[in-house]
Design a protein around this ligand. Structure first.
Ligand code: SF4
Length: 341
């Protein structure tokens, strides 16, 4: 019997936004999808060894995930992420990612390196799906179109679940049937929006930093433990965020940077949703140098407390915990003063 082709997907970068779509598409074409382990010290160290010193931590970690899969799969799925909206591109590191990985010194399997560029939707997307299928020797157009439709349906559901307040890991469990939707409450804003007396904080940053507990020193989980409602950019409906693309005199050139910034502007203008903003930013990230300053200035202008949390491979749990506790304490004090009038 012919062995199934095994395709590896690194649990990093675009994984947090697109994994269900990639997985369903590849499986419908008959491949077995293997995901790298959760980020850990070994993965990070393997990535650091093979990347330049000044690369950001998400790129270092991505390399570690690739090496974790290297001897387990026939192909590595590393699409060249160009544009998800046909207008702006991903950060240049995403664009060069397949080449960076290919020229590392560790031997790796063949890379499925197809441009993901939605310019000219739906043509761009269809071209992408057909090219991916061809790389694993599937040529039946009906099979490819059916797989693409299933992939898009699951992607839409996954996005909607995150919009409702589920973290990626929770949305994945619901989408792939290991948990029921009802077993998760809406996280984030609900109490606050219903006029409750809790603290709500916007945790803004790129999903591969915010939702990887190892990279971010568990900032999301720490806030939940401090009994804070957490709002991330995935919870802001796309239509409302897009409105803010017209507010800035100049938008950023990068997809995730715009999402983070628009979400920040939305939360600053719609007062009462959050009591403060935390921006998780990777040390050495070029785009974030601008995003962070923009958010800081806009938050100052709106009078909303702002904390910038820079992460790298030396970030310690203790330091993050202390800064979060101090920030949350300050928000409680501010709220108490406000109530006292
Ligand atoms: S946007 Fe920043 S953190 Fe993300 S990959 Fe690019 S340089 Fe790294």
């Amino acid at each position: 019997m012919k062995r199934q082709i095994r395709v590896g997907i690194p649990r990093a970068l675009s994984y947090y936004t697109f994994f269900p779509m990639w997985k369903v598409f590849l499986e419908k074409l008959g491949a077995e999808v293997i995901v790298s382990k959760q980020t850990n010290r070994r993965i990070l160290e393997a990535g650091i060894k093979e990347t330049v010193n000044d690369a950001c931590i998400p790129i270092k970690v991505f390399h570690g995930h690739v090496f974790d899969l290297a001897d387990k799969v026939d192909y590595l799925f590393i699409p060249r992420m160009v544009s998800a909206d046909g207008k702006v591109t991903f950060c240049p590191k995403f664009l060069g990612l397949p080449d960076m990985v290919r020229y590392a010194e560790v031997p790796i399997p063949e890379i499925i390196d197809i441009r993901y560029n939605l310019k000219g939707f739906p043509g761009g997307l269809l071209r992408f799906f057909f090219a991916v299928a061809k790389s694993i020797k599937v040529r039946n157009p009906i099979k490819i179109i059916c797989a693409a439709v299933s992939a898009l349906v699951v992607h839409k559901r996954y996005t909607r679940l995150m919009n409702e307040g589920l973290k990626p890991v929770e949305a994945l469990e619901v989408v792939f049937g290991s948990r029921q939707r009802e077993s998760y409450h809406r996280s984030g804003r609900s109490e606050k929006w219903l006029g409750g007396k809790r603290i709500a904080v916007a945790l803004l940053g790129y999903p591969y930093a915010v939702f990887d507990p190892y990279i971010s020193a568990g900032v999301y989980e720490k806030l939940v433990k401090l009994e804070v409602d957490v709002v991330t950019f995935e919870q802001i409906p796309n239509k409302q965020m897009r409105h803010y693309s017209k507010v800035l005199p100049q938008n950023f050139f990068w997809y995730y940077s715009n999402q983070v910034c628009w979400a920040g502007l939305y939360l600053l203008e719609n007062k009462g949703i959050v009591d403060g903003i935390i921006h998780v930013t990777a040390f050495g990230c070029g785009p974030d140098a601008m995003v962070d300053k923009t958010l800081e200035l806009e938050a100052k202008h709106a009078g909303l407390p702002f904390l910038s949390l820079t992460i790298d491979e030396h970030t310690g749990e203790g330091g993050v915990q202390t800064r979060l506790e101090a920030f949350v304490d300050m928000l409680w004090t501010k709220q108490a003063r406000h109530r006292a009038g």
